[in-house]
Design a binder for this molecule. Structure first.
Ligand code: IPE
Ligand code: IPE
Ligand code: MG
Length: 249
């Protein structure tokens, strides 16, 4: 997590709030789990598309800490889908040399999902070119709380001096330690909120909102989002002139 980022022409890290599965299903008279099943197909497409378009890091918001409050049958269906996804896709991740990471309170997932996740993470741990980050039982506020606890323990153990810690030092305690900040965050389904996703890491991210429901999202939508990103000027607090003429920076 670097505080000072540099502008790349294309985003190297995209975060996606995959929203709209329920509405996609409702529009067709299907159950919500059916919408999630269709959403999982869009997830596979997004992973492929990112690799084809040269996006090295993809973070997918798959299940929020608040999503436990949904009806039991829906939570159960989502957990089963996660296991199915890992069982089916781990081979593909290995073949494509994509390293899997998970952010969130993973230990609170059902034991079998947790086990499948650990297995997939271990099986891809040697890769470095491509990264897929699944946000599961994720809450940005819980992440800050967990980071503060971890930081306090390091201070108590005499390992770090709190007066000499900068943001990059503190960020080492976030779930995302070692991963770059997202450059672009996409949310589907027309909602224009962040719903507790990567609040710290998106301090200087560009946002892209689309009406497209997640199960309908494909490579062409991703290309549109990237095209929009290319037209933005990321200033990181500087003036437009400084960005246009870096020698004045
Ligand atoms: C996103 O789709 C998937 C998850 C949050 C797990 P939703 O299930 O939120 O779909 P809508 O918002 O009800 O349409
Ligand atoms: C955010 O979507 C969480 C995920 C995409 C996993 P939600 O559908 O849960 O968000 P809200 O409740 O509409 O803010
Ligand atoms: Mg939703």
């Amino acid at each position: 997590m670097s505080g000072e980022s540099t502008q790349h022409i294309d985003p190297q890290h995209i975060g996606i709030i995959m929203d709209g599965n329920g509405r996609w299903a409702k529009q067709r008279g299907h159950s919500r789990p059916r919408g999630h099943k269709e959403g999982a197909k869009a997830t596979r497409r997004a992973i492929d598309a990112c690799q084809e378009l040269g996006v090295r890091y993809l973070t997918l918001y798959a299940f929020s800490a608040e999503n436990w409050n949904r009806p039991d049958f829906e939570v159960k269906a989502l957990m089963e889908l996660l296991e199915l996804f890992l069982a089916r896709e781990t081979k593909t991740l290995i073949k494509r040399r994509i390293r899997l990471h998970a952010i969130g309170r993973i230990e609170e997932l059902p034991a079998s999902a947790n086990k499948a996740l650990r297995k997939a993470i271990d099986a891809t741990a040697e890769f470095d070119d491509w990264h897929l980050v699944l946000a599961l039982n994720y809450s940005s506020r819980n992440e800050v709380l967990d980071a503060a606890r971890s930081f306090a323990k390091s201070v108590a153990a005499g390992e770090i001096d709190p007066d000499k810690t900068d943001w990059d030092g503190f960020a080492q305690h976030l779930y995302t330690a070692g991963l770059p900040d997202p450059d672009l965050i996409i949310r589907t389904s027309g909602e224009t909120r962040v719903s507790n996703f990567l609040l710290m890491q998106s301090a200087y991210a560009e946002f892209y909102f689309t009406e497209t429901l997640w199960p309908d999202f494909d490579k062409s939508h991703l290309e549109k989002a990237i095209a929009s990103y290319r037209n933005r000027e990321r200033r990181f607090g500087k003036t437009g002139e400084q960005i246009a003429t870096p020698s004045q920076a």
